[in-house]
Ligand binder design. Structure first.
Ligand code: G3P
Length: 199
């Protein structure tokens, strides 16, 4: 329908607003695309900026996924199209039209877009991320393990959303190929190293 199509475009545009780039610009912090891992996301803003900037980026990037899906849900957009709205928000974050199509890895935005499915699912995914990061110290490993687990969780709770969630997981995993190589070689930086190394 026209509303569903409109919401998919709206979601892509929301996702395209790179909060990491904009918040660092506003706070006069280094450009996250030029420093650290080069990724415009909350993890790298923690590396190049600090906790407050990173938390702000995390919240904004989660909202970019959450707002379009909630809005579409209340406009009675059908489940299949809700999945496409979620994927569009994530694709906007990864390939932003406003920033030469060079965006982030989609972790926070994918997480925000699945919040609409239910707090049980988002709680499990957030718990998986947190536990992995606390145990390993790697933000990227938290994202990778969460992306691998999310399709199983959703299949258990709300099987009708397994396909779109699996698509989101694929996007997140593909975007972490560099992290996977660094983890494999033991060259990935830990979250607390990021804080220690901050000048
Ligand atoms: O949220 C992205 C995270 O999983 C990895 O970011 O900057 O360490 O490559 P980064």
């Amino acid at each position: 329908s026209a509303i569903a199509l409109g919401m998919i475009i709206f979601a892509y545009l929301c996702g395209s607003i790179s909060s990491a780039i904009l918040i660092c610009r506003l706070a006069r912090l280094p450009d996250p695309r030029q420093h650290g891992s080069g990724n415009p996301g909350a993890t790298n803003v923690l590396r190049v900026g600090g906790k407050v900037a990173a938390a702000s980026v995390l919240i904004c990037d989660v909202l970019k996924g959450m707002i379009p899906v909630w809005l579409a849900y209340y406009l009675n957009v059908q489940p299949f199209y809700l999945g496409l709205v979620a994927i569009a928000a994530c694709l906007g974050h990864i390939y932003p039209v406003f920033f030469h199509f060079k965006g982030g890895k989609g972790v926070a935005t994918a997480f925000g877009s699945i919040a609409a499915i239910g707090w049980d699912l988002s709680g499990l995914v957030a718990g998986t991320w947190l536990l992995t990061v606390l145990l390993s110290g790697y933000s990227s490993l938290g994202a990778i393990v969460s992306a691998l687990m999310a399709p199983f969780y959703v299949w258990w709770f709300k099987p009708e959303f397994t396909f779109p969630v699996a698509m989101l997981s694929c996007l997140v995993l593909v975007r972490h190929h560099g992290n996977i190589q660094r983890l494999w070689r033991g060259q990935e930086s830990r979250i607390w190293q990021k804080l220690k190394n901050k000048k």
